[in-house]
Design a protein around this ligand. Sequence first.
Ligand code: ZN
Length: 601
Amino acid sequence: MDLFDSKDTLIEEANKAYNQGNPVLTDPEFDLLAETGLKVDTRNFRTKVAHPFPMGSLSKIKDAESLSKWAKGATGTIIGPKVDGAAVRLSYRDGRLVQVATRGDGVTGNDITGNARNCVVSETLPYPLTLEIRCEAVIRKCHADKFEKNLRNVVSGMLGAKDPRPELALVEFLAIEIVSEDPLTLAAKRDLLREICMKELTVPSVIYDQAPSFDEIEELFNSWKQNFPWAIDGVVVEKFHDLHAMVEKETELLPKHKVAVKFGNEAAVTVIEEIDWKLGQHGKLTPVLQIRPVEIDGTTVSKVSASNYALLKSAGLGVGAEVGVVKSGDIIPYVKEVHTPSQEGLDIPSCPSCDTQATLSSTGIDALCSNPECEGATLVRLQRQFDLFGIDFISGSTIEALVAAGHDSLEKIFSLSESDIAALDGFGRKSAHYIVTSLHKIEVTEAKVIKSAFLKGIGERKGTALLNHYGNLDTMIATIKEQGMTSIEGFGPIQTDLLNTQIGLIETQLQLYRSLGIKVAPHTAPAKDAKTVCCTGSCPGKSRKELKEVLAEMGFVMASSVTKDCCLLLCDDPEGNSSKLTKARKLGIEIKSYEDFFENQ
Ligand SMILES: [Zn+2]
């Protein structure tokens, strides 16, 4: 059973998983799969639509030499930022918006008109024109902290999702060009675009008599990158001979008169020498690619991690594959390009702990060790439990030693006395004392109890949302068991289903903790009429976390950004000019210094 021989299947599965809030690929991995293929939009519930004019994509240029070769003979160029968004077309008939579609494979795309109407979009044009506007669907960089994923992937995920999400209101369509049945000159097209689209939502461009040098283009790129409110990932260069000549209708999927110029992030080329598998929670085996060591950014990189078995299978990442690896700054190195896929193929791995051959998960994405007696899996499970408790004195190797001595469950470990532990190899009186004392001091929140059931996608944050809804854990368990879970904001059908069927696991964890004498701190839900405040700058004597706690005790909820729901902005300097202060002034929100605020409370 090998589900992922084609990369489209994995992209489809990954999109679905992302829309359900359980991403299975990292952003660079998603890009790696999407890079070479045009068939990213494979969500089958969308209606496919044929494009009236093909929507091409651009070939890439990465160095000065290729640029001058390509630009040779051009008497003029138009240069603009390459916006890092999702390519779409907005089709207007007699000045009314009739259809919005994704690029898809350039010939057919997906009809996303419904979701697009929830975005920032003009339903009408100032004139009764019939034409299409090519756009990049984008979210401003200032909203990046609201999402865990690269904004382009967020946008395509939401536009393609079955149900509209509230965050679609943040999506804007940046106009790039007009395509129409009527012949127009390049100059007329540019003028018309600026006339019918909001200036702010039109991608800027500069006209040059000749092609500028690679360095000049890089300078433009850097200045746009810094000042543009949306992410850009290169520069688009279009060459022309006469701005006032009629433009031929575009029919090519890879137009020759336009290229994308890209900078930096050069990948180091190397070869995959071996693949190791790491055993994780639920018996999941995660691949670690051993590569021929390469020097990147002054450090030697010899291994690269990857999310799952299916990614390797779909991208041809096996022993012998020639790949481009990227690492910049603090990010973990990852495979950016596959130059030559592996000829050896990829076998289903064996568990590094018990050597049993793995099985594939029902989705085909993960390789799993399904041996119930696997000692490695037991260890991973216990280590996750102890990570959750956060005890300094009980390290990974302590747990390993306890499991090796046969104490392989929480119950067994909690029943050990100081002398039991001191009698084990490698433990002294002192460490035995610390361990037993720490075990008896463990205290967890109710949200952590929910997390400890390790239901996919249900962590502490989701746990807190559930507790806020139900009040406390006992009520939550009883209510879900008796009546089933009602729809709660932020929980999709998959997670609701998961909780309805697996609520027993959370109950078991709660009972286990109580029987072990672990103190479970009752949940305190924020008051229903809590006021929202936003904070900027540092508060004297309080960390951000302490500040949040103090405010919560006073009945305030701390928001991460200034919105009209805020009643107050706290800051270190009320005369300052930070973006939060500027926005608060614009919205007429009261501004107070931390000093004033805490003095008068
Ligand atoms: Zn195993």
